[in-house]
Design a protein around this ligand. Structure first.
Ligand code: SF4
Ligand code: SF4
Length: 86
């Protein structure tokens, strides 16, 4: 696996995918604070950068508002919705 793939944590459900790039994430917690439905929890382990990072453990609660993606200062979050999945 390449370094870039290893850096991505991706969770998918019903055509919705939330990805966190651990290489970009600095562990600021803005996404965790800003998510209206508390989709994220902190990782149990540190990333290679030495920070805890968000894991979208409760993706079933996601409203696809993209606030996390827009608010992340380091462009570490990607929210993707398949066509037809709302
Ligand atoms: S898209 Fe909205 S609801 Fe979904 S994880 Fe991001 S902030 Fe939370
Ligand atoms: S807002 Fe971005 S940099 Fe901050 S913890 Fe979330 S993913 Fe990491």
């Amino acid at each position: 696996m390449s370094d870039s793939l290893k850096d991505i944590v991706e969770i998918k459900i019903n055509g919705l995918s939330i990805s966190i790039n651990k290489h970009f994430c600095k562990g600021c917690g803005i996404c965790i604070e800003m998510c209206p439905t508390k989709v994220f929890e902190w990782s149990e382990k540190l990333s290679e950068k030495g920070v805890y990072f968000p894991v979208p453990s409760y993706i079933d609660k996601c409203t696809k508002c993209r606030r996390c993606e827009l608010m992340c200062p380091d462009f570490a979050i990607s929210v993707e919705v398949e066509e037809g999945a709302g």
